[in-house]
Every structure is written in C-alpha cells, then in structure tokens.
Design a protein around this ligand. Structure first.
Ligand SMILES: O=P(O)(O)OC[C@H]1O[C@H](O[C@H]2O[C@H](CO)[C@@H](O)[C@H](O)[C@H]2O)[C@H](O)[C@@H](O)[C@@H]1O
Length: 372
C-alpha cells in the first residue's frame, strides 16, 4: 500500500426500499437511518428486513472452528479475513510504513473507547480498560496530543479512562472539552463555556446543546417502552440515548426495533444509527466523530496538513465518520479495530484491544527513539 488512502472507497449508499409500504429508509455510509415520517403498511416487515439485518450484522462474531478432518482444523473465516487484510493491512505489521508517513510530522492521536481501549462485554458498566492499556495510553499522551472520542457521555468516559492529560469528546463528538483556541475559531457558535480542570483552562463545545431536554425525554420514554423486553438496556449518553440489545434474545430483536422506530416517529428531529448491538438515538445535526476530529485539530492548532499526521483508531460504525473525514482530507491514518472483515474507510486494521495496546506502545517507542 503506497499511501494512507489506497483502500477502495465504498459505495455511499446501501438503499433499503420498502416502497410497497410507502416507506423509504436508507442506510448511508454514515449509517444513519431515515425514519419514515408516518407509519404505513405492516411495520413488522420492515423489522424483519432492513433493521434486523443491520442489527444482526452490527457485531458479528467470529465463526467457530470447523474441523475438515482429523489433522486439520480449518477456520474458513480466516480466508476472508486474510483477503480483507490485504486491503486493510495490520498497522502493527506495517508499522514501518506508518513511521515513514509520520516522519517529521507532528502525530496527533484519536482513540475510540469501547471495543478499542476496552473489550466488548455484556454490561456497558463493566467495560473497563486494563491497567496496562491505561499505562500505554498515558505514555502516548506524554508524547503526542491525544483525544478520546466516544459514543458514551463525556463524564462516563472520563471516569473509565481516568487520565487528565488528554482531551475528551463524548456523545459521538457532540460534547467536547478541549483547549481554548488560539487562532480563529469558525465553530465559536458551538462554544458553551470555560472550565478549569487542574489549573488548565478548557472550553466546552456542545453543537447539539439545544437537544438536551429532548434527549432526556426520549431516554425516559425508551426506558418505559422497552421495560417489558428482557435484557434491553437504555443508556443515557447525554446527547444521545443508546438502546442496547446485546442481552436480548434474538427472537425479540424485532420488538426492540419496532419500539424504537415507533418512539422516533414522535421525534422527527432525532435519528437512529447502529452500533455494536446497540441502537443509537441522536439529534439530526451536522456533527459526528469526523466533525469532532476536525474541530479538535483546529482547537489544537494542528490542522496544517503538511506538518501534522492525525491517527484515528476505532472499531465501530460511528468511527467511520472519522475515517471518512481523514480519507477525504487526504492526510491522516484511519485504523479499524476488527477481527472480522468489515466495510470500512480506514486504511489499516488491528485485530482487538490488545493489538491496539501493542500499537500504542510501538508508536511511543518510535518517538522515544527519535524515529518519528
Ligand atoms: O464510541 P464508543 O466508545 O465505541 O462507544 C459506542 C458505544 O459503546 C458502548 O456499547 C458497546 O460496548 C458495550 C460494552 O462493551 C457493549 O455491551 C455494547 O453492546 C456495545 O454497543 C456504550 O455502552 C454505548 O453507550 C456507546 O454508545
């Protein structure tokens, strides 16, 4: 691979038309789903098709070993994974290529939390990062400007990460705490206030602030409406509400989808995105993890393409907005964390959080040895 952007660009839209029902929904490359303004026809059909497909594919598990004979256990899936890795090579194996791209540039690190720094677990409250990972992140923050960009609320992720020398963007980038900008700030309209954290003056930027009461309301409605479905968990992520179905029996997934769908018909200013076994309800605003990366680069005065190399590591569909931003910017490295082949705009891949940790250690070592 000769550049940051040599993997194929994906088709922008995978249309899902239920035109016979008078409903036109589509999943875009950003994974936003248009919510039909009014219900028509048999809504059940919708959930048995597009939504359910998206729900099933949201967090695929690795296929089990299939023994082809006594001696060999062939993991058929590996063939597909290896072929996918030709397009999205391992950032660890291709570290030297990354080092060359970063040479004489200021590296800026962006990290997603769940599935990137912490393993995916059944209970979101138990998604802890290991102490070794925390140390690896801490070492990186001492060498490179580093931000965490997550779907979780900013408060929650600050608590989970527990490090102060980095910047946090919660609610898929809609709640950013970052340095006070030195030069012109074209996003000043999103500015909410100043905060003093351990003697450092930081500013708070919340582009969807007006939606706060609406999200609080829809959160309560979703909790009430999904109460009867065993295993459902609704999480309040401040500027979005996440409806988890990881612990719901698959036969009930269509019920979860239907409830979320019906709830959203009362909220035309909210939209739905899919994450890993989670339906994310968020405001219809032109803001996402990609916009957050762009905003942070400006706030850190690190938007100069000639001298700065942003590296973004994430595992989920919402991270695709950041990968897309870097790809379109033609400067930056997107790394998808996945142990299965996935459509992505990232250039490189890492298999799982332990590999992310190895990558963070490796890039920190290169810097310490003066090779970056
Ligand atoms: O942007 P992220 O940091 O990746 O956050 C996305 C969502 O992550 C969390 O949910 C996911 O991880 C859980 C814990 O491992 C898992 O149980 C769940 O199935 C995953 O979807 C978090 O709980 C959500 O609020 C975030 O939006």
């Amino acid at each position: 691979m000769d550049s940051n952007h040599s993997s194929p660009v994906l088709a922008d839209t995978a249309p899902i038309n239920n035109s016979s029902l008078g409903i036109h929904s589509s999943v875009t490359s950003n994974n936003y789903i248009a919510i039909p303004m009014k219900k028509q026809g048999k809504v059940d059909d919708i959930f048995s098709n597009s939504w359910l497909d998206a729900m099933r594919s949201s967090s695929p598990s690795r296929k089990k070993l299939i023994k082809s004979n006594e001696e060999t256990a062939v993991e058929h899936f590996d063939t597909a994974y290896l072929s996918w890795m030709r397009k999205h090579p391992s950032a660890l194996i291709f570290m030297d290529q990354i080092r060359k791209q970063a040479k004489n540039k200021k590296v800026v690190i962006f990290l997603d939390y769940d599935g990137t720094l912490s393993p995916i677990v059944n209970d979101p409250d138990n998604a802890f990062m290991s102490n070794e990972m925390r140390l690896a992140v801490e070492n990186v923050t001492k060498l490179f400007p580093t931000s965490i960009i997550t779907g979780r609320s900013r408060d929650k992720v600050c608590q989970l990460v527990g490090l102060t020398e980095l910047y946090y963007a919660g609610s898929h980038g809609m709640d950013i705490m970052c340095p006070v900008k030195h030069s012109s700030d074209d996003n000043h309209r999103h500015y909410v206030g100043l905060s003093n954290v351990q003697g450092k003056e930081l500013k708070l930027v919340q582009p969807a602030r007006e939606f706060l009461p609406m999200i609080e309301q829809v959160f309560k409605v979703l909790v009430r409406n999904t109460k009867g479905i065993k295993g459902t968990l609704v999480e309040n992520n401040k500027f979005c509400a996440s409806v988890h179905y990881r612990n719901v029996e698959e036969k009930n997934w269509s019920k979860v989808a239907q409830i979320v769908h019906e709830t959203l018909t009362d909220y035309p200013r909210l939209q739905l995105t899919h994450g890993r076994k989670v339906l994310e309800v968020r405001p219809v605003v032109d803001w996402n993890k990609g916009r957050a990366v762009e905003f942070l680069l400006h706030s850190l005065d690190l938007h100069d393409k000639a001298n700065v190399l942003p590296i973004y590591i994430g595992d989920d569909r919402s991270d695709e907005d950041a990968f897309k931003f870097l790809r379109e910017r033609k400067c930056g490295i997107g790394i998808l964390v996945s142990s299965v082949p996935k459509d992505t705009k990232a250039s490189y891949s890492l298999k799982d959080p332990p590999e992310v940790m190895e990558f963070l250690k490796a890039i920190a070592n290169l810097k310490k040895m003066g090779q970056l």
